[in-house]
Design a protein around this ligand. Structure first.
Ligand code: UN1
Length: 515
């Protein structure tokens, strides 16, 4: 991988980005004291130019303790607030997010480097989950179960759980917070949020809108607390017994630490960790559709979604055509300033992301991989714009088993569908997967019990871009958690089984006689 001479990128000036960020923050009513660059504090940076925008006040572990205490106190009020009334808070939040959609999207672009359309899509995902949660606030149903005893009623009721700690990653800085927060709030929980230290500004903006919604509907401000900073704050959330559920999105390495630590204190955790998502393309695929789906899933968001397509498993008869067509599409993908309306691929988040892409490409080449693309564009030293890479691999070697958070698509070939499914399932992660085929037998086989082992399995669409209505998450090293739609809300509540005897007898279950 080398720096090649692409036309020099035209990037915005840092002063303009600062103005834009300041305007967005002001418009959502978040006027944090933005410290100058030499002042102490957490740096808020932009991958667009690789420079620091501002410094913001950093929370301390003592702040984290205080935030948990406040959220625990607010929980005592919030849990007894009727769920549809709790829904009104989330409904208002959804309205405010809609009103400030473009300002929030600007902040997402500035902090993460997402192109405009994807940044707006991420904000839309927040709005969607708020609407979902409002409906949910009238649907926290329990079951009534037939009792084996006369004059008895058996039922399940769902109750609020407590304080939910939410740790989010840089790549979906606001949507994943909203998945957790909108659902947790209608479930009667209170939330303490620790966003990635790379994305403090989007977090400040969301927290300001939620605080405003709370003030307007008369909910306690402490239903949501925000902590800005690094790992030490996350550790307080992990270890504090008042945090009933810890929902963490990030790397497998992080989950490996968080899961057992939360379990040691018998807390609950909801983990959404790495993915290593594959698409199978069969001889019966509509190749036009497959190429479009693959290019968005692999190169969109500069390969920085947990659902990004990382492995293409192509039938031997279509592999050459597919590689050629994807390579052609890749060559014409505009890489550059994510604020420019022509751009489809923005920057990588930082140097470490770039280095891991370089390392993976070198290893893949050493394993016999044939690398196309993956060049760094000439740009200022501190920012990392790369063209998406396509690597034809002779086999699924160890490097393909790792999640490299960059636009890097490995291509593997197969002869039988069993072989393709085995390749799909052969990695340690289990988030998303897809098959492109017009053959219903192949499609159904992929979705069956002996098909894809992932939490998400799609037909004729890529691996990324899930709607919020479904449950989101995956198996194996992806962590097993489910967030956002469907019945994911159950993770945010505790269940009680109630047996009510309305007779004057006391029959024992299982026919037991006692005296
Ligand atoms: C993530 O990358 O952590 O399905 C979340 C998608 C988005 C969410 C991705 N709706 O690609």
């Amino acid at each position: 991988m080398s720096t090649v001479k692409f036309p020099a990128l035209t990037l915005p000036d840092i002063a303009d980005l600062r103005d834009r960020a300041r305007a967005a923050l002001r418009s959502v009513g978040a006027d944090p004291v933005l410290g100058d660059l030499d002042a102490p504090g957490l740096p808020a940076s932009t991958p667009i130019t690789g420079e620091i925008l501002f410094r913001v006040a950093e929370s301390t572990p003592a702040d984290a303790e205080a935030a948990i205490a406040q959220a625990a106190q607010a929980f005592t009020v919030w849990r007894s607030t009727p769920a549809p009334v709790r829904g009104a808070l989330v409904g208002r939040l959804g309205e405010l997010l809609t009103e400030h959609k473009s300002a929030l999207a600007d902040l997402v672009t500035i902090e993460v480097g997402k192109i405009g359309s994807e940044a707006l899509g991420e904000v839309q995902e927040m709005i969607d989950v708020c609407q979902f949660a409002v409906g949910l606030s009238r649907q926290l149903y329990g079951k009534t179960i037939a009792s084996e005893r006369p004059g008895h009623r058996l039922m399940e009721t769902w109750h609020p759980l407590g304080v939910v700690g939410v740790i989010t990653a840089f790549n979906f800085p606001v949507a994943v917070w909203a998945w957790n927060t909108a659902v947790a709030l209608v479930c009667g929980d209170t939330v303490v949020w620790k966003p990635s230290e790379l994305t403090p500004l989007t977090a400040i903006a969301c927290q300001a809108l939620l605080a405003r919604a709370a003030a307007e509907v008369g909910a306690p401000a402490e239903v949501s607390r925000l902590l800005l900073g690094g790992r030490d704050l996350g550790e307080v959330l992990v270890d504090d017994p008042r945090v009933a559920l810890l929902s963490a999105t990030g790397s497998v390495r992080m989950g490996r630490e968080v899961g057992p630590r939360v379990a040691r204190r018998f807390g609950r955790s909801l983990l959404e960790l790495g993915g290593n998502n594959a698409a199978v393309v069969t001889p019966a695929a509509d190749l036009d559709l497959a190429v479009r789906g693959i290019v968005f899933a692999a190169a969109g968001t500069a390969g920085q979604r947990c659902t990004t397509l990382r492995r293409l498993i192509a039938h031997r008869s279509v592999a050459d055509t597919l590689v050629e067509r994807i390579a052609t599409a890749y060559r014409s993908l505009p890489v550059g300033d994510p604020f420019s309306s022509d751009t489809l691929v923005g920057p990588l988040i930082h140097e470490t992301a770039y280095r891991s892409m370089v390392g993976a490409l070198e290893q893949a080449a050493a394993d016999g991989g044939e690398v196309l693309g993956g060049e760094r564009h000439a740009s200022p030293e501190a920012c990392y714009y790369v063209s998406p890479a396509l690597v034809r691999m002779p086999a699924q070697t160890a490097v393909v088993h790792d999640e490299t958070f960059a636009p890097l698509l490995y291509v593997l070939t197969y002869d039988t569908l069993d072989e393709a499914i085995a390749l799909n399932n052969a990695v340690p992660q289990g988030l998303s997967s897809a098959i492109f085929t017009t053959d219903v037998r192949e499609a159904e086989r992929f979705l069956a019990a002996d098909g894809s082992d992932c939490g998400i399995a799609n037909v004729n669409i890529g691996t990324s871009g899930a709607e919020i209505g479904g449950a989101f998450g995956g198996e194996k090293q992806t962590g097993g958690g489910r967030e956002s739609g469907s019945d994911s809300w159950k993770a945010y509540m505790r269940r009680a089984t109630n047996t009510v005897n309305y007779s004057s007898e006391l029959p024992l279950a299982q026919g037991v006689q006692f005296g």
